[in-house]
Design a protein around this ligand. Structure first.
Ligand SMILES: [Zn+2]
Length: 236
């Protein structure tokens, strides 16, 4: 069976808090802590990007958190930009808040970490990577007003947030595919299917590409015909 690979991105509502002033302030008390506003997602191999929101739910993100938890639960690999530090952890905070069960284990690919590890781009922001790699850019929006509009349940704001959130996922996938052949470590897509093949994309169409020697051993070099990733296996 093909591995289930989930691309996703969340949008959160800001914390609402009391402060005594404007600059370098400590929060006195939270009125409302952050919660999920929406998430967009796409499965690898499907062409549909979907978005779920808390539109008309009075700021309650329990159902939304449950839906996202269930998607994580089905996934073998979860991919997000800054997902390891932000999206996955923020989502988890809402899962535990609502008393949800943890999802089954999944591997992750964080395209921000990949961008930092293997390249030196001027900017590792998703929008800047999209432009630099010529695969697209984010939807322009009205800044913080858009988030405020959603908190007030303004229909136009929700519509724009959905569009923005979906485009982030579609851009994420395009950037991921550009970076994929360069990733030296990727959850092994061939092993997940219990077969030989390209560890990065799982394709069986791989060609031998000479040998590689380090100080200790000789290894077989391979090139994938689908994603053009290179990889090594132990020489038998
Ligand atoms: Zn491949």
């Amino acid at each position: 069976m093909k591995p289930k690979v989930l691309f996703f991105d969340i949008e959160t509502a800001p914390n609402l808090a009391y402060v005594w002033g404007k600059y370098e302030q400590d929060v006195i008390a939270f009125v409302n802590e952050f919660h999920l506003l929406s998430f967009a997602y796409k499965w690898l191999g499907s062409d549909k990007v979907k978005c779920e929101t808390i539109k008309g739910q009075g700021g309650d993100d329990k159902k939304l958190a449950k839906k996202l938890r269930d998607l994580f639960d089905q996934a073998d690999i979860v991919i997000a930009h800054n997902g390891d530090s932000f999206d996955i952890k923020k989502a988890r905070a809402r899962f535990v808040f609502h008393g949800l069960k943890p999802p089954s284990q999944f591997a992750t690919v964080d395209t921000l970490k990949v961008a930092r590890k293997y390249f030196s781009f001027n900017s590792n922001r998703l929008n800047d990577l999209g432009i630099y790699l010529k695969v697209g850019e984010k939807v322009k929006h009205t800044g913080f007003d858009l988030w405020l509009g959603c908190l007030k349940d303004n229909k136009k704001s929700w519509k724009l947030l959905e569009k923005y959130n979906k485009q982030d996922v579609s851009l994420l996938e395009k950037v991921y595919h550009k970076l994929l052949p360069w990733m030296e470590r990727h959850p092994n897509m061939a092993l997940l299917q219990d077969r030989d093949g390209c560890p990065k994309c799982g394709s069986k169409h791989v060609h031998k590409d000479g040998v590689y020697a380090n100080s200790m051993s000789l290894q077989q070099r391979w090139e994938c015909q689908k994603c053009h990733g290179k990889f090594l296996t132990r020489r038998k």
